[in-house]
Ligand binder design. Sequence first.
Ligand SMILES: [Zn+2]
Length: 81
Amino acid sequence: MSTTDDTRTATLVAPDTIAALTAALARAEQAERERDRLRAVILRAGLWQTAPCCLCGYNGPGYYQPGTHDCARAALEDVKR
Ligand SMILES: [Zn+2]
């Protein structure tokens, strides 16, 4: 995008809209941090170990294999930390 395009875009978007989008982005980022925190709690508590997985829904072969099930891999990586 050129400087001209940036300027045109800035004048076409109302300040209230920019503020609303900035606030929505902040809320989305907060929700993402909370999701990550809760995911870590579930992994550390071992709740993922009962199939189907409460995190991703997986219920197939290799459930406990890090190469097959991402949550098994994440739990293993968490233990190594
Ligand atoms: Zn899972």
